[in-house]
Ligand binder design. Structure first.
Ligand SMILES: NC(=O)c1ccc[n+]([C@@H]2O[C@H](COP(=O)([O-])OP(=O)(O)OC[C@H]3O[C@@H](n4cnc5c(N)ncnc54)[C@H](OP(=O)(O)O)[C@@H]3O)[C@@H](O)[C@H]2O)c1
Length: 309
């Protein structure tokens, strides 16, 4: 595993991070807590030191599972959690953080994010409470997620923003226009979520015979609607060819592509499968040639144009 400094902090985060939304159940079909606890511990044994959860992943259940799994080895882990947009008033921020500490069975949180912005609550007030929590050593780094460039610029005027978390993959590249250069210029770490596009960039829905049922929350999502799935095929075929030439999995090429983009600090991938976890860990070691990066870039742009216009 490769590690990288998180922005201007002295935290070293693994290039592949464990996404823990799935472990809370929620919209995802939850597998056993015992299996998920084991997977979290295996991840740590195998080099993933960074775990991404949130208050609202399974109404706190994801945080509880992370707490149970990692409490004995707390000092080895970087745990990130998030405050819901409804809880961004200063008192609510503190209360939310206290709830997370309790569920995570820890005395501090490595990264506390604003999960989504809330235009009804002044950002200045929210971040002044985040700053206090940092001064009190209750949190070690401040992150924002799902912010626009304007919101990010405002945020950096109130706090040292250490990390930005946004959706990013070969099938969602909006952050490249403004957020990515801003983060590079300001030494802010940038981490991707939905790094394998909720499963699409694993090939499971194009070649693996998997399909989403109509009651699966993903069925109405942009990348899962049948018309778009067909448009994605060209990219998936290319990924499959590159993967085959390296004896790798399709998902590993998709994750490696993210890690090869200048300014991207890490990629978060969610899984409840130990087999998939091992693939995701090994993705950090996959090397892509300049030619492979170039054709992936070209094909991804072509596919995105046909989907998004
Ligand atoms: N900040 C935010 O607003 C936000 C939003 C969304 C997500 N996130 C974070 O990012 C994490 C990941 O994003 P995501 O949940 O949207 O989706 P994702 O990581 O792109 O995809 C997860 C899906 O891919 C499958 N998968 C993962 N690795 C695989 C592999 N190697 N081979 C085959 N299938 C694989 C998983 O199934 P299996 O369980 O079968 O492996 C699961 O169905 C979340 O857990 C959460 O921590 C943050």
């Amino acid at each position: 595993m490769i590690y990288q400094k998180l922005g201007k902090t002295n935290l070293d985060i693994s290039k592949v991070a464990f996404g823990c939304w799935e472990l809370g159940g929620d919209k995802w079909e939850k597998r056993s807590d015992e299996g998920n606890i084991k997977a979290l511990r295996t991840a740590l044994d195998c080099g993933i030191n960074t775990f991404d959860t949130a208050v609202n992943y399974g109404s706190g259940h994801s945080e509880e599972i992370v707490g149970i799994a990692l409490k004995d080895r707390r000092r080895e882990c970087i745990i990130a959690t998030k405050v819901r947009p409804e809880s961004l008033r200063p008192d609510d921020v503190r209360q939310s953080c206290e709830g997370s500490l309790r569920r995570l069975q820890t005395g501090y949180i490595d990264i506390l994010y604003i999960h989504w912005p809330n235009n009804g609550i002044p950002l200045k007030d929210t971040l002044s409470e985040f700053n206090k929590l940092k001064e009190e050593n209750i949190i070690r780094a401040i992150g924002v997620s799902n912010f626009s460039i304007a919101q990010l610029k405002e945020a950096v005027s109130y706090s040292q923003i250490d990390v930005v978390q946004l959706e990013y993959s070969l099938l969602q590249r909006n952050l490249e226009a403004e957020i990515l250069p801003f983060c590079i210029e300001n030494s802010i770490a940038l981490t991707s979520y939905s790094s394998v596009a909720k499963g699409i960039l694993t090939g499971a829905y194009h070649f693996g015979g998997l399909s989403v049922s109509p009651d699966d929350f993903r069925s109405a999502r942009r990348l899962f609607i049948p018309e778009h799935r067909e448009k994605e095929r060209e990219l998936l075929v290319l990924l499959k060819e590159i993967a085959a030439s390296k004896g790798a999995a399709i998902s590993q090429i998709a994750v490696s592509w993210i890690l090869n983009q200048k300014g991207m600090t890490s990629a978060i991938v969610g899984t409840q499968s130990e087999k998939h976890l091992m693939e995701n860990i090994a993705a950090a070691d996959i090397e892509l040639t300049q030619h492979e990066l170039d054709i992936l870039d070209k094909t991804s742009r072509k596919v995105l144009k046909s989907i998004d216009g």
